[in-house]
Design a protein around this ligand. Structure first.
Ligand code: ADP
Ligand code: MG
Length: 703
């Protein structure tokens, strides 16, 4: 028997939880902290000092030597700068470890080396990090020791957001304020806030570290830039939910333990569709904490994989022709007195508050489909969205049979008199129980699916932060709630007004509902007929941030200023160009230094063989034909490589960030495809022994 793992004991052991604060802080201080966590406000410096000391004592007892303000710049990952608790020694040379309230609540990292999209000139390097008191501090252990991490927001000297957390927190407040107006209309006077909850399902790949280290593309780009398909892919559907192999299992076990210690409720784990692909899902929690925890999940996956001699690939499309990775972002809104606004109950047709919320969400998603799509775009996700993989780049909403029927009744007659019920699922086996059936089947192809009491936004990329999608969701729904509340609060007859408004919204926005197969070609045509946007790339999606509609929305709720939106758009263009540039340079490098030389050498061996066979008086047709076709492909690869280098030189002359990004997307990308094709063809033509890097088969079937 293996050692018994006490999950209850280790859970949260590395987190400065509310429970620990209650134990360690004077009652009045604890109360003040709790009040701010629940309802906002500012900690006085005196109180902050007390909290900081308690936090430091706990951290030091647990081996910490340093602290860091842990933040999320626009790179999409996290940043940390460690400071030791060390202070000036006294005369006797003795040093006492200290941590002040000021250090806890405010940090001043040099902001000049983080992307700001022109918001901050390099001479205005100052940036500030401010403690997000609602997300608990935790201990991170790495080779440098144990570090106390304080989740923070990151802003410029002038208060402009330079990170992903600040706008998220702003959006959470906006949606709370507006949603409260809605629940008040229905008589809920007890709720004091509405919380956005998020449960992200994280997909990832694991590959053997030694093989990974032999592939420059994996090292520099996180994805393969070359590679012929293996003879077997995912067509047998034998990996999804398959038995977890031992090496992967021990990784998952270790990962769970690390995450539980960090207070992450790692709950579900399984093999995914593609070979070497897996998933982990925690239990949902408040949006900003879910965002922080998702960052920790990604970081921990990488760290733990290393311990097991593997590398975790979070890229959205590490292998062409094999299922990519996403992050299903489950999202809902609930009041602090326990009402999930997205719970339809058994008879949604009678649940007017739910119907209004639903109508508002449909309106929001239809009105801002472009922004929602943008929020899920990153460089890697371009290989999934719209590229014939899950899900399509067109935003639509799946409601399921029951709700679609209720919507239909409302739109057609103005009244919904009944709800389709799930009934019983008859198993046909006397020893098996007959099960209660959900009123709605699942749909796997919808980018935005209603799943019982939440929406599942399935476009998000696996490597991306989930901050932007949730910021956008909160913002667009806040706007719809606000507009509804503006009307309903002054209605003479509330019942009639709400009835009419639901009907109006549903009628005007029903085009966004689609329950069919989102992967089909017919849907693309149908969506175009409905006038739904089909934004094919991240670069095109970036433009949506600064439309008049977008600026109006985000400024109205104080989530982004126009300048912040413009800066973000610019950062996206820069990120895109830089990423594709790295990919292209990596391809050039691999082609010139690995593939072309390897094939050249092979042609020499072949040529020698041809001569030897001929001089032995035998028929060398096979060898000669092989030599000829390989040499042709080699010439093609060589020409494509030169052409790619030319394109990169051309790119270097383009200054405008947007133009440059479009150039990378349209021109450089095509040149990359043109180089990949002959190299992948060569891989299938030459002796495996001379191929300089591990193949797809080696990478995904032999982990
Ligand atoms: P699936 O069957 O879709 O793969 P999983 O069990 O893998 O589902 O993940 C579902 C996710 O949705 C989990 O993170 C879960 O905690 C989350 N979730 C459940 N209810 C809600 C809710 N009301 N709001 C937000 N997220 C939720
Ligand atoms: Mg899942």
């Amino acid at each position: 028997m293996s050692e018994v793992l006490n999950v209850e004991e280790i859970f949260g052991s590395k987190v400065f939880t509310l429970g620990k604060m209650r134990e360690r802080l004077p009652k009045s201080v604890y109360k003040e902290v709790k009040k701010i966590i629940d309802h906002g406000g500012e900690l006085s410096l005196a109180t902050a000092d007390v909290v900081a000391k308690a936090m430091k004592d706990w951290a030091v007892e647990n081996g910490a030597t340093h602290y860091t303000h842990w933040f999320q710049p626009l790179t999409g990952i996290t940043a940390e700068k460690h400071d030791a608790f060390v202070t000036h020694p006294d005369e006797s040379g003795k040093m006492i470890m200290e941590f002040s309230g000021k250090e806890l609540i405010k940090g001043e990292p040099d902001a000049s080396s983080f992307p700001s999209g022109g918001l901050r000139a390099t001479f205005e390097a100052r940036g500030y990090t401010a403690w997000d008191i609602t997300s608990p501090a935790f201990l991170k252990e790495d080779a440098t020791g144990v570090i106390l991490c304080i989740p923070t927001a990151f802003c410029s000297y002038k208060g402009e957001a330079l990170d992903k957390k600040t706008p998220l927190l702003r959006s959470m407040e906006a949606v709370s304020t507006q949603a409260l107006r809605i629940v008040r209309l229905f008589g809920n006077t007890e709720a004091t806030k509405v919380v956005a909850s998020v449960g992200p399902e994280q997909e990832y790949f694991l590959v053997d570290r030694d093989k990974y280290l032999k592939r420059e593309d994996l090292i520099f780009a996180g994805r393969t830039l070359f590679g012929a398909p293996a003879p077997k892919g995912q067509e047998l559907e034998d990996h999804y939910f398959g038995t977890i192999r031992e090496r992967i299992g021990s990784f998952m076990k270790d990962l769970n333990i690390e995450l539980w210690k960090l207070g992450v409720t790692a709950k579900t784990q399984h093999n995914e569709v593609a070979p070497a692909q897996h998933e982990l899902a925690p239990i949902y929690e408040t949006a900003n904490i879910a965002v922080d925890h998702n960052q920790l999940v990604m970081e921990t996956m990488k760290k733990v994989a290393g311990r097991h001699g593997m590398t975790c690939l979070l890229h959205e499309k590490p292998f062409a022709g094999v299922n990519g990775s996403g992050k299903h972002n489950n999202w809902s809104l609930g009041t602090d007195n326990g009402v999930n606004l997205l719970d339809p109950g058994d008879t949604p047709n009678e649940n007017i508050q739910f119907l209004l919320v639903l109508a508002c969400i449909l309106k929001a998603v239809d009105t801002h489909a472009d922004l929602l799509r943008q929020s899920a775009s990153d460089v890697g996700n371009d290989h999934r969205l719209g590229a014939n993989e899950a899900p399509p780049a067109i935003i639509s909403v799946f409601l399921g049979e029951q709700l679609e029927d209720v919507v239909k009744q409302l739109v057609e007659t103005g009244d919904a008199t009944h709800s389709i019920q799930g009934g019983k699922l008859l198993t046909g086996v006397s020893t098996l129980p007959d099960l209660d059936k959900d009123a709605t089947d699942r749909n796997r192809t919808s980018p935005f699916a209603f799943t019982g009491n939440k929406f599942e936004f399935r476009m998000v990329g696996s490597a991306d932060s989930i901050a932007s999608p949730n910021t956008t969701l909160n913002a667009i729904v806040a706007e719809a709630f606000c507009e509804a509340a503006d009307l309903l609060e002054k209605a003479d007859d509330f019942d009639i007004a709400v009835h009419d408004l639901i009907k109006k919204y549903l009628t005007e926005h029903q085009r966004i509902i689609f329950n069919g197969n989102g992967y089909s070609e017919e849907w693309v045509e149908e969506a175009a007929r409905r006038g739904l946007p089909n934004i094919k790339s991240m670069v095109e999606a970036s433009e949506t941030l600064t439309t008049e509609k977008s600026i109006k929305l985000f400024e109205k709720f104080g989530i982004f200023t126009k300048a912040e939106l413009e800066s973000r758009e610019e950062v996206l263009y820069e990120t895109y160009s830089k990423t594709i540039n790295i990919e292209a340079l990596t391809m050039v490098d691999m082609a010139k230094k690995q593939y072309i030389p390897a094939v050249m050498e092979y042609t020499k061996t072949l040529a020698d063989t041809v001569l030897a066979v001929k001089s032995a008086g035998a028929d060398a047709t096979v060898q000669t034909t092989a030599l000829k076709s390989i040499s042709e492909k080699l010439a093609e690869a060589q020409a494509a490589e030169t052409s790619l280098e030319d394109k990169l030189a051309e790119a270097a002359g383009i200054e405008d960030p947007k133009k440059l990004a479009f150039f990378y997307k349209d021109v450089v990308h095509t040149a990359m495809d043109d180089l990949r094709a002959p190299v992948d063809a060569l891989e299938m033509m030459v002796d495996k022994k001379v191929w300089p890097v591990p193949t797809y088969g080696d990478l995904i079937f032999e982990v």
